[in-house]
Design a binder for this molecule. Sequence first.
Ligand code: AMP
Length: 219
Amino acid sequence: MNLILLGAPGAGKGTQGKNLSERFKIPQISTGDILRANVRSKTSLGLKAKEFMDKGVLVPDNVVVDMVSDRIQQEDCQKGFILDGFPRNINQAEVLESTLKTMNKSIDKVIGIEVDRKELVRRLSGRRVCRKCGASYHVIFNPPVNIGMCDKCDSEIYQRDDDKEETIEARLGVYEQETLPLTDYYIRKGLYKAIDGIGGMDQITNSIVDAIEKGRSNS
Ligand code: AMP
């Protein structure tokens, strides 16, 4: 089962991707996480990506497309994968489709997690993430038990540079201009299913699972 999670920054793709990965036992592939890991370890890819990420704009397509193509060919993706944060524009979607075709694969479902802009800003500006395990918190709505420390692995939690006020607007603008057209693109292909991204985390996961299961029983 090959899934795409679409949605604006802050819609909950990372959280839901993790839940779905556990539920369906297939890997979550987050291009943002892979890029941040490269920035941290100062690889040449990371150094190239950082200047774009700091501004809240997209990293050039060729960089991410190669990264994803390599990742989906790995053994653990044979039974399926969950793409989180990719594709981010029509060109990436087209390249993905042709790469999958060469592997005799295709996308089975695109889940669009929909959240209004005001809520996205509220979530992003208060978001804190664990440096080690990537767990996500919110300073007001979901704070860790011990301030500044991850409940799951006791590591430091921090605010991503691109979650700072000045970068949030840029990211949402990029999303609206470049990524949102993917909704129509996947509706036309009959793959898109909208999910209300406001509500309890488990409730949203269940709605997504229902949508996926329904798709499977119809096919
Ligand atoms: P995310 O964690 O998904 O919000 O991604 C953080 C940043 O990484 C984005 O603002 C982009 O600069 C970069 N990025 C992540 N995924 C992509 C992608 N598919 N294409 C281009 N840039 C990306």
